[in-house]
Design a protein around this ligand. Structure first.
Ligand code: SF4
Ligand code: MG
Length: 336
């Protein structure tokens, strides 16, 4: 398998202005040195609490935000750089589906028009674009005769999200970024849309980046999973390794406190005790040290590195990962 997307040391800090002069007084370090690779045809899940930077990563990948620094390579070409791929062309090949299915569709346009909109903007004749849009609606499970002429407010949440998937596919993308794309749906509808996404990925050989706070859903759909905390990647690896033998104390806490299949609780976004510290002034060293049961003096003094390995490697950024994962308490004792 070949890499489709590579980011290295991606950074985005948002300035906070204050006072009458609006001077920049601080920065929110939303994404602070994030590196990962997505292989062609795989699904990379991204998990973490609200505010960990996962949505900012998505917006950077789409260039809805301009990164402050780092490399962004799509299919071997640097995005937005001379000699690379233009942002406009990358945006045709990478599409995004958001959580809020209603606000991403034009309320005054029949949904088949919303699906045809992108291709028309890229020069497809109107009649052909509309015919393709109706085919796409059928592909996502909406009868185009019944639904093509309807307006968004005439559709359910699940149906609107199917339209959004059709719209994302209209430009024949290679990658789709799904940011909480099924999170607003009822559990049974969510399962239907997830099954649809999985079938489309196989049929169209798509590559997904699947962002969600719902760990069960991410496990179901992802080949590999990346865990973020306060703007950084703390752990990455194959799904089974992340869920069965997590190495990072934060991942372990997230998994341990995962709400059971209680429908009222499944949207909880702060499963680890206490709130995460502010990304304006993140803790020194390991950013998780203020909440970590394994923290040692070294943890606040020095930031642990994620390290490097091949793309399937299971990596965690933790000084104590052996002790934390419980495999070798002895190692920890020897160190003292
Ligand atoms: Fe906990 Fe230290 Fe590991 Fe950070 S580096 S997760 S504080 S043990
Ligand atoms: Mg988000």
């Amino acid at each position: 398998r070949q890499p489709l997307l590579i980011v290295r040391n991606l950074r985005k800090h948002f300035p906070i202005r204050s006072g009458v002069l609006g001077r920049v007084s601080a920065h929110v370090r939303a994404v602070d040195g994030v590196s990962f690779t997505v292989m062609k045809g795989e699904t990379l899940g991204i998990v973490g609490e609200s505010g960990c930077g996962k949505s900012t990563v998505a917006r950077l990948l789409m260039r809805l935000l301009k990164p402050d620094g780092g490399e962004h390579i799509f299919d071997g070409e640097a995005v937005g750089e001379a000699g690379g791929i233009s942002v406009a062309e990358m945006r045709r090949q990478v599409q995004m589906v958001f959580q809020d299915s209603a606000s991403s569709l034009n309320p005054r346009m029949p949904v088949q028009g919303s699906v045809a909109f992108g291709p028309i903007a890229f020069g497809t004749p109107r009649d052909r674009a509309l015919a393709q849009a109706r085919q796409l609606l059928a592909k996502v499970g909406l009868d185009p005769v019944l639904y093509g002429g309807r307006y968004p407010h005439e559709l359910s949440g699940g149906q609107k999200q199917r339209v959004n998937v059709a719209r994302a596919l209209a430009l024949d993308p290679r990658m789709v970024i799904l940011d909480e794309a099924v999170s607003a749906l009822d559990k049974s509808i969510e399962a239907q849309v997830l099954n649809l996404l999985q079938a489309l990925r196989r049929e169209l050989q798509l590559t997904y980046v699947f962002i969600s706070h719902d760990l069960s859903v991410v496990r179901w759909i992802s080949d590999r999973v990346m865990v973020m905390y306060l703007g950084e990647v703390v752990e990455i690896g194959p799904s089974n390794a992340i869920y069965e033998t997590p190495k990072h104390p934060y991942t372990r806490a997230l998994l341990a406190s995962r709400p059971a299949l209680d429908p009222d609780n499944r949207r909880l976004e702060a499963p680890v005790s206490g709130d995460p510290p502010s990304p304006i002034n993140p803790p020194s060293g390991c950013r998780f040290h203020t909440r970590c049961p394994f923290a040692e003096p070294v943890c606040s003094a020095r930031a642990p590195a994620l390290g490097e390995g091949d793309v399937m490697a299971h990596l965690a950024a933790c000084h104590m990962q052996d002790a934390a994962s419980g495999h070798s308490k002895a190692v920890r004792e020897i160190r003292h």
